[in-house]
Design a protein around this ligand. Structure first.
Ligand SMILES: [Zn+2]
Length: 196
């Protein structure tokens, strides 16, 4: 019995170790904690490697490092005038991003933790003038689903299931922002999906 308890303790210990943020991640989060982070750019070789890496799920969502990550992402997105930002863009390969809910009147910023796209339209559209904070000075049209059904955990730790749509920049394109940010956590960029 004691052996089982010890084993369980070890298992718990290592699971929690796995979920903790690394020393280098904490450096990004807490050096100048109240300032925006540097946005990684595809034009820099070292940045590019991080941007092209698939991210890991957050295991412990009641984690103060996660709150700091969200704060840092928010400050950076607002400063850079983006409509979304993903953790890898500030050098943290974790499955977290922020996106604007353009489908809502107040157009609030939402946090997506461990997001998944559970289904999508068969149809693909060519979204005009996609752009990315990590691809400086460029815009291009990208292939996107016209709607997606998604699951994620929000900033309050609540499980959310939603359908988002996307079409043109003049209307609600929350679904496109979500797809763009979802690509980031999978190491993909809009320049991989160019259409005419
Ligand atoms: Zn981007």
């Amino acid at each position: 019995m004691k052996k089982i308890a010890y084993f369980l303790f070890l298992l718990l210990f290592f699971t929690s170790c796995k979920s903790a943020f690394s020393v280098s991640e904490k450096k990004i989060l807490y050096s100048e904690a109240d300032s925006p982070a540097k946005v990684l750019k595809i034009t820099n070789k070292k940045d590019s490697l991080i941007l092209r890496t698939s991210s890991k799920n957050i295991k412990n969502i009641k984690n103060e490092d996660l709150s700091q990550l969200v704060k840092k992402l928010y400050l950076t997105m607002v400063t850079e005038d983006g409509v979304g930002i993903a953790a890898p863009q500030i050098g943290i390969n974790r499955n977290v991003f922020l996106f604007y809910r353009l489908d809502q009147d107040e157009k609030s910023v939402e946090v997506a933790i461990n997001p998944r796209i559970i289904s999508h339209s068969k149809e693909l559209i060519c979204f005009q003038n996609d752009g990315c904070l990590s691809v400086p000075g460029k815009y291009g049209n990208s292939k996107r689903y016209s709607w997606i059904k998604v699951k994620y955990i929000d900033q309050n730790g609540k499980k959310v299931k939603q359908k988002f749509y996307g079409g043109t920049r003049s209307g609600d394109y929350t679904g496109i922002i979500f797809q763009h940010e979802f690509d980031h956590i999978n190491g993909k960029l809009y320049i991989d999906k160019i259409c005419n």
